[in-house]
Design a protein around this ligand. Structure first.
Ligand SMILES: C[S@@+](CC[C@H](N)C(=O)[O-])C[C@H]1O[C@@H](n2cnc3c(N)ncnc32)[C@H](O)[C@@H]1O
Length: 214
């Protein structure tokens, strides 16, 4: 459950007045991510960037909801098992992460779609990524959010999406600075080294971004 949903519960079920709920500490990071998304969407619009948008690692759709909101004319591809991590991805993770097999199981496709303002733009690819990319080989993207936490799907996501980014397009990858998800940082570093590409932090103390050159 994200902090927006916690606030909703505090207000509706516990009847706590909204002015008594201080979310500034937990919302600082998500606000920075949201600002990045909003401002990049503005640049994409001004530059008339072609290509669609995607999120790999959707969970309950909180960030996907914002992607859909800020790219109202783009198709939004949503990739997730919608059943938490895949066992084959957990094999190479540290024991503490392997214990989290069910961490993201409390979600569903209808729940995610119910949050979308432009639901007609959403195309759900449910199942194990990268198997769920079949048929999308000729797609192009201008914005991709990779938020799958683990080494295998992050590396697979970079390998799939980076060659399909339009010039000026970006891939935002979460958890680079999160010490719990060491696989994320490793996958990003391995990809950057193998393909001689660079990434920079976005200032939310968690994510980095790859920008496609000309
Ligand atoms: C941190 S959550 C995503 C959070 C989400 N971006 C948000 O805004 O709340 C990670 C998600 O990645 C998904 N995931 C991880 N590995 C995957 C894989 N190989 N294929 C499909 N989904 C995967 C999990 O099911 C989980 O829902």
């Amino acid at each position: 459950m994200c902090h927006r949903e916690v606030v909703q519960q505090l207000e509706s079920e516990l009847k706590i007045p909204s002015h008594k709920i201080d979310t500034s500490f937990v919302s600082a990071r998500s606000n920075a991510r949201h600002a990045f998304l909003r401002e990049f969407a503005q640049i994409a619009l001004e530059r008339n960037l072609a290509g669609d948008v995607a999120e790999c690692g959707v969970y309950r759709g909180e960030f996907a909801r914002l992607i859909n909101l800020h790219f109202p004319t783009k198709k939004l591809y949503l990739f997730d098992t919608f059943e938490s991590f895949a066992p084959q991805d957990l094999e190479r993770e540290i024991p503490e992460i392997q214990k989290c097999a069910q961490l993201f199981a409390n979600t569903s496709v209808p729940l995610v779609l119910s949050k979308m303002q432009h639901v007609q733009n959403c195309i759900v690819h449910k199942g194990w990524f990268p198997q769920t990319t079949k048929g999308l080989e000729d797609e192009r993207f201008c914005f991709v959010s990779l938020d799958t936490d683990l080494y295998e799907p992050i590396l697979a996501g970079l390998e799939f999406f980076y060659p399909r980014l339009v010039s000026g397009g970006v891939i935002l990858v979460d958890d680079y600075f999160d010490p719990s998800f060491r696989g994320a940082k490793q996958a990003i570093n391995d990809f950057a080294q193998k393909h001689h590409v660079v990434f920079v932090p976005i200032g939310d103390s968690s994510s980095i971004v790859f920008v496609k050159g000309v």
